[in-house]
Design a binder for this molecule. Structure first.
Ligand SMILES: Nc1nc2c(ncn2[C@@H]2O[C@H](COP(=O)(O)OP(=O)(O)OP(=O)(O)O)[C@@H](O)[C@H]2O)c(=O)[nH]1
Length: 368
């Protein structure tokens, strides 16, 4: 049992080390569930903002150097906004507002670039990054609505204003080509975003199913040993009590009535335990006919009293399966995990006390 605890701890330490620091930086530390839409958005906002700074900062400096004061200041302002945005996101995790800080200045910058022509008339070449970012950040519905408005703004800017676009001597057909190719990119980005979100949804469902299989016992539906250890190790409580229960002479039930009846008895026991737990109690199937219960926010006497309550409840309960009627009893070992006793030590103590309860005649609770 203690070996298992060590193995699990070692596995967790390795996993934590494997998380690369740059990835954690883009996820702003929220890496628990990488399939969550929120986490995906945080990641994309950070990635986009970083790439944005890398482009707008040098382009802004070049523009200033070439004497394009407004464009240069605009680009530098956006670089600053994106950098501040990362800090804001890191502190608040508010990706909804942060996403707006990324996308709305981007819309304005793109329309401005198309209107002025940007550096040497190349401003329009940047508009193709808009659809992907918009759909990523705001999803299919809102993203497409915003893109429709952006396309409208693009049409108005190119065809109905005195934009500087004409000054660069382009072919008159270029404007309509820009518009059509932009719509094609919107269409392709929409398909990509749709398939990505479906894939992500399926991945989420599969992950939830796998977690259920990995952390739950299929017979009793209680947490299994791995699930219980994970919960205990993740718990913020500095102290809790462990109640380790083992069914007395369980082998006889299997031998006398068959394995199916044995399974039924385990499910019935799990229900009796589960319905006796206080609000913050956790029950698990620790092994074959062993159950581990953890309770907190109570003293040692309360934990002992709970073990005794469950023991009496089980003792009095009549197990009925088809025409089989029988009784069962439990033996308990109780120990406390606190600042002085680690989880591993408390488990060893509970295990030893359970062993003494068995040796002393079974159907009893030992706390020392
Ligand atoms: N039906 C069923 N039996 C199980 C399951 N897991 C373990 N067992 C049985 O549990 C029994 C445990 O037997 P032992 O370890 O000898 O313990 P015991 O008969 O309860 O005796 P004590 O613990 O000494 O009181 C074995 O017969 C296992 O086959 C299960 O999932 N279903």
């Amino acid at each position: 049992m203690t070996n298992n605890l060590d193995e699990l701890k070692a596995e967790n330490t390795l996993k934590n080390k494997a998380k690369s620091s740059w990835l954690t930086s883009f996820y702003v530390g929220m890496t628990d569930d990488v399939f969550s839409e929120d986490i995906r958005r945080v990641f994309i906002i950070n990635l986009f903002a970083s790439v944005g700074v890398l482009f707008t900062l040098p382009l802004g400096l070049v523009s200033l150097f070439e004497g394009k004061l407004v464009l240069g200041c605009f680009l530098l302002l956006i670089a600053l906004l994106y950098a501040v945005n990362h800090i804001y996101l890191r502190r608040t995790h508010n990706h909804a507002l942060s996403g707006n800080f990324v996308i709305y200045p981007l819309y304005v910058l793109m329309i401005y670039l198309v209107y002025t022509g940007g550096v040497k008339g190349t401003g329009h070449v940047w508009i193709y990054c808009v659809p992907a970012v918009s759909l990523f950040l705001h999803g299919m519905k809102r993203g497409l609505i915003e893109l429709a408005f952006f396309t409208l703004a693009l049409i108005v800017t190119m065809f109905f204003t005195n934009s500087h676009f004409e000054e660069f001597g382009y072919d008159p057909n270029l404007k309509s080509r820009i518009l059509f190719s932009f719509i094609v990119v919107v269409f392709l980005s929409g398909i990509y975003e749709y398939s990505m979100s479906r894939f992500n949804q399926e991945l989420k469902e599969t992950s939830a199913k796998l977690k259920l299989v990995a952390y739950r016992d299929p017979v009793t539906e209680l947490l299994n040993r791995r699930g219980m250890l994970q919960r205990l190790e993740a718990s913020s409580y500095a102290s809790f009590h462990l109640l380790l229960a083992d069914v007395d002479f369980f082998k006889r039930i299997n031998d006398e009535y068959g394995h199916e009846v044995g399974d039924y008895a385990l499910v019935e026991l799990a229900n009796l335990i589960q319905t006796s737990l206080p609000e913050k109690g956790l029950a698990s199937r620790w092994g074959g006919e062993e159950f581990l219960i953890a309770v907190c926010d109570c003293n040692e006497s309360d934990a002992y009293a709970l073990a005794e309550l469950i023991r009496h409840k089980v003792e009095k309960h009549e197990f009925v399966y088809l025409d089989h009627r029988f009784h069962m009893t439990l033996s308990f070992g109780v120990a406390t995990m606190n600042e002085l006793t680690s989880l591993r030590e408390a488990m060893t103590l509970a295990d030893g006390r359970l062993y003494h309860a068995k040796r002393a005649g079974r159907n009893q609770t030992r706390r020392n």
